[in-house]
Design a protein around this ligand. Structure first.
Ligand code: FES
Length: 168
């Protein structure tokens, strides 16, 4: 077993050695969209390592590629579905909200109230703040951000129209 800390929740979690960060987040009942099904292609599980990068498995080629397309990516970025926990001492910063996988995803939420911040996966921008009504303007904002990225990107990052969003 290994010990890790999740920030800003200040939560200490004991995890099985070699488990993925994604499995840990899901066990903590965090709302991670995993639009690509954990294949390292959508960035809806993007987290930052605050301390202990060496406690994780190295980045895969797919992870490096996907992170290279994300505007909010930093040297300490990891995709939770790809990173396995090998040692103690890890401190992870999780997003304050949920990444939205696609415009289609967001469309299904129009008219509902956001239970948490809804975040664009490529830029980290908050599309809708927690507690606010989800309006069509959020779709426009997402479309505007998407169009600022190249078309090749959509072939690499595959958030799908039919990925699952929990009902609110
Ligand atoms: S779930 Fe991790 S990149 Fe898609």
């Amino acid at each position: 077993m290994k010990q890790i800390k999740l920030q800003p929740l200040n939560q200490d979690v004991e995890v099985l050695t070699d488990s993925t960060l994604l499995s840990v987040l899901l066990k903590q009942e965090m709302n991670v969209l995993q639009a690509c099904g954990g294949q390292g292609r959508c960035a809806t599980c993007h987290v930052y390592v605050q301390t202990g990068e060496e406690a994780l498995s190295p980045k895969s080629e797919q992870e490096i590629l996907t992170l290279s397309f994300i505007a909010s990516s930093q040297a300490n970025s990891r995709l939770a579905c790809q990173a396995k926990i090998w040692q103690d001492g890890l401190v992870i910063e999780v997003p304050q909200g949920m990444y939205i996988g696609s415009i289609g995803e967001l469309k299904t939420l129009i008219g509902k109230r956001a239970q948490q911040n809804l975040i664009h996966p490529l830029t980290g921008e908050v599309l809708v703040e927690e507690g606010k009504l989800i309006l069509r303007s959020a779709l426009e904002k997402m479309a505007e951000i998407d169009s600022s990225f190249s078309t090749d990107l959509s072939q690499i990052l595959l958030p799908t129209e039919n990925s699952i969003v929990s009902e609110r």
